[in-house]
Design a protein. Structure first.
Lengths: 109, 109
């Protein structure tokens, strides 16, 4: 079930950092420039660029040069959807397995 | 929305590697020793130990010393549930925002 997937690798890795999840929270309220993202994050502009680059590689963020600044916005919701589907499929399989084990224990003499 | 969460950091990081997702797939079919996990994975026993350690830190896998071997099984489904909830909440917010933008564009003169 999707064990080999460069998309999942990139998405889960991008989501594994609190600063990057914070950037997604911020962009959920609307687009922002790199400097606007750097402001409240406590990161340098270079730090923000690195994190935005990782989110962009995963397709979670898109950026566009507008005049002298780079504007960032949320990318495709599909990327997040695929990661959600992987988790949901495994959670169901996981709970199903535990349920079957529970019934086996109940039936045991 | 959960931007600062060491649990989410550890879970998403653990899921970001195809070998580790493969270990979860395998343990979904039942418990296995470290050697049994190493066999089909193409990893050394030390490589498997490292990956299992990362999954264990995230709570996705539990291990127990049984005689001379270490047995591995799936951990709590709650850990996976929390990561799934984070993704689902963001996916909904994300799609809602795109819907509102779509309606705005449709209404624009």
């Amino acid at each position: 079930m999707g064990a080999l997937s460069p998309t999942l690798d990139a998405t889960f890795f991008a989501l594994s950092d609190p600063k990057r999840r914070g950037i997604l929270d911020r962009l959920g309220r609307g687009p922002a420039t790199l400097s606007e993202l750097a402001g409240p994050s406590g990161l340098t502009l270079n730090g923000i660029k690195k994190h935005v680059g990782i989110l962009e590689l995963a397709g979670l963020v898109e950026t566009e040069k507008v005049g002298r600044v780079r504007e960032c916005r949320l990318g495709s919701a599909t990327t997040l959807g695929e990661a959600g589907e992987w988790i949901e499929a495994h959670r169901r399989a996981w709970e199903g397995r535990l349920d079957r084990f529970g019934r086996f224990v109940e039936r045991a003499p």
